[in-house]
Design a binder for this molecule. Sequence first.
Ligand code: ARG
Length: 294
Amino acid sequence: MKKATKTAALMLVLAMMTTALTACGNSADTSGSTAVDTTVSTAQTQESTAADAGQAEAGTQEAAPEAGGTLTFGTNAEFPPFEFVTSNGVIDQYDGIDMAIAKQIAEKNGMTAAIENMEFDSLLVALQNGQIDAAIAGMTVTEERKEEADFSIPYYTATQVMIVREDSDITSAADLADKKICVIQGYTGEICVKDMGYPYEAFKKGTDAIMELVNGKCDVVVLDSATSQKYVNDNEGLKIVEDPSAFESEEYAIAVKKGNTELLDKINTAIDAMLTDGTVAELGAQYTEELSAE
Ligand code: ARG
């Protein structure tokens, strides 16, 4: 298989694991799970029960928007191919895999999807204060985030990779020791590098970190696989270095306010259908091809 094809195929791998994931480390070997597993619904039911308890605890009754209403998703539209701003997107000026998924989730429930674009770090707070109904932002499920929000079944599997200049001598995460590392603030890439104990510089936007790399001001950017591929396609002289032993796979899911089981159930039913009928895989292929053809 050609390298590009292989990377694209890897990015599209959909693994439905029921194990809890942390962002880094090498404990979970998920590289082999390529099948969409519909048995997740069982785990989901259990999680709903747990979430019900959370709701009672919080003492708030969360209602999902009704059919005919607007389902407001929060995102941070600086994460292609999942969300980015364009002239005519699938929801207003917003386009990408997540935006198409959001639109279909709303439509499957007789609602209209709206997008609130904000900083990635603000998404879980916006859920808590009711500014948005759900967050869809290539958001990795982590134990820490699960304390703040409830997550849907996962719809995409990714991993952290290292973007370096073509002439770089970095071949594994161990080589990061004496390098200038750039990450994006609040992303799992930052958590990984922090966990590894390396000093780093955090940027607000992926494009800013990439500029530092291109200009030789940093040696490596640690970022999610599909988004990294997009930046490598767009910028001359960059390449991706993978190290699955250092960066375990991550799962993207949609977050809702803790205890909002009504909405979570609607979202899960829609995602489950889109995973089963191949919609999510198709969107993945469509947006990665669209982006690399640019
Ligand atoms: N997957 C990473 C995380 O959860 C990065 C997500 C960034 N998403 C975005 N829309 N900016 O931290």
